[in-house]
Write a protein of this length. Structure first.
Length: 89
């Protein structure tokens, strides 16, 4: 199945790329403006419950959206639990 340039740069794909870039920019702004929000969401039981309910509600609407949100939340959760070991240098 060959893809043409017209298919790659179609209006649907352009809207998807613009939406993803906008989402990343908004997440970046929120992470630097309100870092305690991510700490509360990913380090507390209530925050994790809120994220699970959010994914469950998204799954009722669209399963692909729920899987995508789960992946994004897992990546953000891993980033929030990263630690740097500077003593081992």
């Amino acid at each position: 199945m060959a893809m043409s340039l017209e298919g790659i740069f179609s209006r649907k794909n352009l809207n998807l790329v613009v939406g993803l870039i906008a989402l990343l920019i908004v997440l970046w702004i929120v992470m630097f403006a309100v870092p305690s929000l991510f700490v509360n969401l990913f380090d507390t039981g209530l925050g994790n419950l809120i994220l699970l309910v959010f994914i469950f509600l998204a799954a009722m609407y669209n399963m692909n959206l729920a899987v995508g949100l789960a992946v994004v939340f897992m990546v953000l959760w891993r980033f929030s639990h990263m630690s740097i070991d500077t003593m081992g240098l």
